[in-house]
Write a protein that binds this ligand. Structure first.
Ligand code: TPP
Ligand code: MG
Length: 291
């Protein structure tokens, strides 16, 4: 790499790390409003959301309905807390609004609702449907000659749903090269470890055998994520192979107190622990002073 290319790369990595740190802070602040929630998952995917919103997605913060925006479809409605944090970081919703999370009349309900929140493209939560919706959106955009791409977020638990695989087959059949799927491979579901509930390995081989351009990365390694998204973006085309990035993430990432929780799917966190969580996050952050 030339000196200039190295500097550009360093700037990108730093910007994403700073964004991920702020997203995690927002998540803790929102979680504290309710005293509980899907905090562990959101901390786990903060790097992924930061790469997406800070580095990859084309959108206009002041015009969430801009026709050529890249769509971000959150299939897992329970991850909404993470997406709200990312939307605040992206300037789509005001940071001050985050404290209304989960309250009556808030635009930020605990499960993602498209009609409530700017930037929330679909109402996810009935798991296993997001990818099928994404296939329809990607097909529709292509028919309209719209250059937008469709980024779709699904969980490893959703790989246990047959509908996900029907949609994966459909995306390949229709040559949806404008579709990029990211899977949170956090190895966990509501009923326990994914491999215990219904094993999905070897996940890479499964996606590849469905005809997808498949990558698997450490979902908490910003540099590895940037490389994977860059490769997926380079691969994107109106008619081509759909792309999937399997991201191995760690629940509670950045807050050791929460990384070690036994019951991690839905966390109850005591009143006195929230500040300790924030302190651990700050202490562990190795990024720039800009955050
Ligand atoms: C169709 C459907 N079945 C069951 C549920 C109940 N449910 C909510 S979250 C969840 C776990 C799904 O796995 P995953 O998203 O991997 O869980 P996490 O990583 O968040 O622990 C389940 C079964 C649901 N929302 N929708
Ligand atoms: Mg999971």
């Amino acid at each position: 790499m030339t000196d200039n290319a190295t500097a550009v790369r360093t700037d990108r990595v730093t910007a994403v790390r700073d964004a991920a740190y702020r997203i995690r802070h927002h998540v803790l602040d929102m979680g504290e409003v309710q005293g509980q929630g899907y905090v562990g998952q959101a901390l786990g995917v903060a790097d992924l959301l930061a790469v997406t919103y800070r580095d990859q997605l084309r959108y206009r913060a002041d015009d969430p309905h801009w026709g050529e925006r890249d769509r971000f479809l959150l299939s897992t409605g329970h991850y909404a807390i993470g997406l709200y944090a990312a939307l605040a970081e992206a300037g789509v919703i005001p940071v001050e609004e985050l404290e209304t999370y989960g309250s009556d009349d808030s635009r930020l309900p605990m499960s993602g609702m498209a009609s409530y929140t700017p930037g929330m493209e679909i109402s996810g939560g009935s798991l296993g449907h997001g990818l099928a919706v994404a296939v329809g959106v990607a097909l529709g955009l292509r028919l309209q000659a719209n250059p937008a791409r469709v980024f779709t977020f699904v969980s490893d638990g959703e790989l246990d749903e047959g509908s996900t695989w029907e949609a994966a087959m459909g995306a390949h059949h229709h040559r949806l090269g404008n579709l990029i799927v990211m899977v949170d491979m956090n190895a966990l579901q509501a009923d326990g470890k994914t491999e215990t509930v219904l094993g999905i390995e070897p996940a890479h081989d499964k996606w590849a055998s469905f005809g997808w351009f498949t990558q698997r990365v450490d979902g908490n390694d910003v540099e590895a994520l940037l490389d994977a998204f860059d490769r997926a973006a380079a691969h994107a085309a109106p008619e081509g192979t759909p792309s999937v990035i399997l991201c191995d993430t760690r629940i509670g990432r950045g807050v050791p107190l929460l990384e070690q929780r036994e019951k991690a799917h839905f966390m109850r966190i005591d009143e006195h622990e929230w500040q300790a969580c924030r302190d651990q996050l700050t202490a562990g952050y190795a990024g720039s002073v800009n955050a």
